[in-house]
Ligand binder design. Sequence first.
Ligand code: COA
Length: 271
Amino acid sequence: MAEPAHPEDLPYQVGRTYADYLALGHEHVETPVGRVVRGDDTPRVYIANHLQTLTAETPEEALQALEVLEAELGHLNHRLVVTDPRTSPAVGAVLANAGHSPEATLQMVLPAGHPLSNAPRVGADIRPVTSDGDWVSLGRLMAEDHANRPEATRIDAVTSAQMLATKRGKAPDVQFFIARCDGEDAAYFSSWPGSCGLAMVENLATREVYRRRGLAGALVHQCVADARARAGGEPAVLIGADPDDWPKGYYARLGFRPTCLTWGWLRRTPR
Ligand SMILES: CC(C)(COP(=O)(O)OP(=O)(O)OC[C@H]1O[C@@H](n2cnc3c(N)ncnc32)[C@H](O)[C@@H]1OP(=O)(O)O)[C@@H](O)C(=O)NCCC(=O)NCCS
C-alpha cells in the first residue's frame, strides 16, 4: 500500500510552486537565508525584487535574513519578503515587528485528474501570445487593467510596462493567451506547467466593456488544459485569488479548493 500523503504535502508544494513562479524571468541568488530574486531592469515591480524561500527557524535567523535583504536590495524603494506554508512562524513575527505589512494570497488547487466543473459558456476566439503584435496587445490590455483598479491597488503605466517586461522573452514556459470579442482583443490569462508536479494559471483580466460574457471562463478552461498538456498528464493546478474579492467563489465553483495562504510582506522605503 502506498504511504499516505502527509497533510502538509500540498501546502508545501503550493509554497514551492508559487515561489518558483515568482522567480521566473529574474536573476535569483540562493543564499543561506533564502532566495533573493532581483530584476535590476524592472526596479519598480515589487514582486520582481524580493526575498523568498526563507530558511530561518528562529527570530535571530529571521533578522539575519532581513540584513541580507538590505544588503542585496537596499537600493530600492521597497523591501518585500514572500512567505508560504514552508516558512517558520518566527519570520512573520519578525517582519511585522520590522514594519512590513502583510498581504495574503488565497491559494486554490484543482485536484489532479479533476476536470473543471463548468463547461465554458462561449466558444471564445482565443490565441496564444507569440508575435510582437500579440505582446503589444497584451501590454495594452494589462495597462488598462492596471490603470482601472481601485486606487489602493492601481498601477501606473511605467510600472505596468515593467511588469510586462518581466515576462516577455524572459519566462518562456509562461504562455499567455488573449481572448477576442466583437473583433477586439478583450481578455488575457496565462499558464505554466510548474516546477514540482503542480501546474499553475495566473494573471486573469477582462476589459470592463467585455465583462460577463464568459471570456474569463473560456480562458480558464484554455489555460488549465494548456498547463496540464505541457506538464504531461493531469496534474493538480494552482490559482491564486484575492481573499477579499469575489473571483475566489467562482474558482471554487469551478472545482479549485482553498488550500493555504501565502503572504507578501511589504515595507515601502521611499527616498
Ligand atoms: C475577474 C474577471 C476576469 C472576470 O471576467 P469576465 O470575463 O467578466 O468573467 P466571465 O464572464 O467569464 O464570468 C466568470 C464567472 O464570474 C461570475 N462573475 C462575473 N463578474 C462577476 C461579478 N462582478 N461579481 C460576481 N460574479 C461575477 C460570472 O457569473 C461567472 O460565473 P458562472 O460561470 O458561475 O456564472 C474580471 O471581472 C476582471 O478582469 N476583474 C479585474 C481583475 C481581476 O480581479 N482578476 C482576477 C484576479 S484573481
